[in-house]
Design a protein around this ligand. Structure first.
Ligand code: HEC
Ligand code: HEC
Ligand code: HEC
Ligand code: HEC
Length: 448
């Protein structure tokens, strides 16, 4: 072909190529549309074959429709192979941190405090814990705990709340509901069984949003991937004689907001009076969501599910791994998706952060334990409540801070700098409490 003839043919060729491309795009588009439709139909078909009620409490009924999600969810049963500071077994924390025995003296937490296990064990463990197997007279299943304790353990809870009314559920005797709670944490806690959309199944979280003037139904999809967890992994208390489950968030979710809530809204609320120092104490409970909110990952829009429920592939199908566990047991699918560091480096960065927090926690705990002891000695010496008021106020505030970091899971990883800030204040206030009691004792000596 000469230069000339090619030039002559080219407009025709261009049109052929143009229409050829148009055709190919059309056919491809059609095929994709059909594929998407078929996928949707496949899912629809599964749901039609096994229709489920929105509140279906029995997770095994979801197995036929969603075998991959179900099978991975079932793995939360595995209780072997701990990490340095966490993992799936229920080891006791007292051997690792004896300060806890002193700091919680007089409160059931000083009877038993084990590391948490996977979701599969929630109902078993809440029934077995020595913290409430006995009542004050030593009687088995004494019923000193309210129904509220079941709230975060079972898919039967939303059903019972509808049947009994939320207030009646909370104020019931814990053991009177035992026979009605048969299923552990499962599908209906986080999903509407009919549509499989993520859902908030517990009223306390909705109410805590409302108390801040926020509407949880406006949360984004990415926020929902953390909010389903925030139904349970948060600080809470039992409000009033009805033991109404309440998150102390009306002033916000940072530590100082929560402290101010307990000072003002809850008017000096106390979970118990400390055995040794007779201080009115607040026990913090796993504020995982609140602490996470202050960290770099929340700031960058990374959700709880991104690390604890990463995507997995099986036979070419991508799905959400429902084996909720320590991400250190599954680094390749969780952290390594975003961070191109070796597994070894990821683990050592996490443990590096955790080792530092462990050390800071010990220092804070040592200071506060010493303060309890010294106030105890001052009581024996006959110092009055007035003379000890300042030291006790400092102890209460110091220990709330220590506990905020201690009870939050992950040993500081979820928000290293915020955890360090709160622990610095805990240590400082613990030492200030010791100074206050020393001054009170000196003053008393001067008077004698
Ligand atoms: C950036 C990743 C990441 C995000 C986001 C994240 N976590 Fe974690 N989480 C971790 C790591 C790492 C640990 C430490 C695991 C260990 O020590 O074995 C951990 C520990 C935990 C543990 C204790 C696990 C154990 O085996 O002791 C719980 C519970 C937990 N996280 C809940 C949450 C909740 C709830 C959220 C959201 C509010 C969240 N996490 C967000 C990475 C993450
Ligand atoms: C602790 C909360 C939680 C529990 C319990 C839970 N899921 Fe999920 N599930 C999620 C989250 C988070 C996603 C991701 C949703 C998204 O990003 O759209 C998800 C996604 C899904 C999906 C969508 C497809 C996929 O794999 O991403 C299906 C289907 C599903 N879950 C089924 C189940 C079944 C069946 C159970 C019970 C055996 C269950 N889930 C229990 C939180 C939960
Ligand atoms: C209905 C309440 C509830 C919801 C919702 C919930 N959790 Fe939990 N979670 C618990 C309880 C209770 C335990 C402790 C169970 C035990 O020790 O028996 C636990 C334990 C865990 C553990 C420890 C597992 C281990 O192997 O040590 C992790 C990690 C965890 N949850 C993360 C999450 C994440 C992430 C979400 C959201 C996707 C979530 N949870 C949603 C109540 C809940
Ligand atoms: C969905 C993506 C995503 C996942 C999953 C994820 N991260 Fe990150 N991580 C980020 C982003 C984004 C940042 C912030 C980077 C920045 O702003 O400089 C970050 C920051 C960090 C930092 C702080 C880095 C620094 O500045 O010193 C550490 C450490 C870290 N991630 C560890 C982990 C670990 C461990 C896991 C798994 C448990 C994990 N990340 C899971 C996205 C992710």
């Amino acid at each position: 072909m000469s230069e000339n003839s090619r030039k002559k043919l080219s407009p025709l060729l261009a049109w052929v190529v143009f229409f050829g491309c148009m055709g190919a795009v059309f056919v491809l588009g059609l095929a994709t549309a059909q594929l998407v439709q078929r996928k949707a139909e496949g899912r629809q078909l599964a749901m039609v074959l096994h229709p489920l009620a929105p509140d279906e409490p029995d997770s095994s009924k979801f197995k036929a429709n969603y075998p991959r999600e179900y099978n991975s969810w079932e793995k939360t049963k595995i209780s072997e192979g701990d990490t340095k500071y966490g993992g799936p077994s229920k080891f006791s924390w007292f051997g690792r941190d004896p300060n806890k025995l002193t700091l919680w003296a007089g409160y059931p937490f000083s009877v038993e405090y084990n590391d948490e296990r996977g979701h599969y064990w929630a109902v078993t463990d809440v029934k077995q814990t020595k913290r409430h197997r006995k009542n004050n007279s030593g009687e088995e299943k004494g019923g000193v705990f309210p129904g509220t304790c079941w709230t975060c353990k079972s898919t039967d809870v939303p059903v019972l709340m509808k049947q009994m009314g939320v207030e009646n559920f909370y104020s019931s005797d814990f053991w009177s509901l035992e026979g009605k709670i048969n299923h552990t944490i499962g599908c209906a806690d986080c999903h509407d069984g009919e549509t499989m959309n993520l859902r908030i199944s517990r009223p306390a979280l909705k109410e805590a949003f409302a108390a801040q003037g926020k509407d949880i139904s406006k949360a984004s999809h990415q926020e929902m991937r953390s909010l389903v967890c925030a139904q349970c992994h948060v600080e809470y208390y039992f409000k009033g004689p009805g033991k109404y489950l309440t998150f102390p968030w009306a002033k916000g979710t940072k530590f100082e907001n929560i402290e101010a809530y307990y000072d003002d809204e809850a008017a000096g609320f106390a979970d118990w009076t400390h055995d040794v120092s007779k201080t009115k104490m607040v026990k913090m409970q796993h504020p995982d969501y609140e602490v996470y909110l202050t960290g770099i990952h929340a700031y960058r829009g990374v959700s709880c599910a991104d690390c604890h429920m990463p995507y997995r592939s099986e036979g070419g199908v991508k799905f959400t791994d429902h084996h909720v566990q320590s991400p250190l047991k599954n680094i390749a699918n969780s952290c390594a998706v975003c961070h191109r560091w070796s597994e070894e480096e990821i683990r050592s960065r996490v443990e590096g952060i955790q080792d530092k927090h462990h050390e800071m926690l010990q220092r804070a705990g040592d200071a506060i334990a010493a303060a309890h002891k010294e106030v105890g000695e001052a009581i024996v010496e006959g110092l009055s409540d007035d003379e000890l008021a300042k030291a006790r106020d400092l102890i209460r505030r110091a220990q709330m801070r220590w506990d905020f970091v201690d009870a939050n899971n992950g040993m500081g990883f979820h928000s290293p700098q915020e955890s360090a800030r709160v622990l610095a204040a805990a240590t400082d206030m613990g030492q200030q409490a010791r100074l206050a009691v020393a001054q009170a004792r000196l003053k008393r000596l001067g008077k004698q």
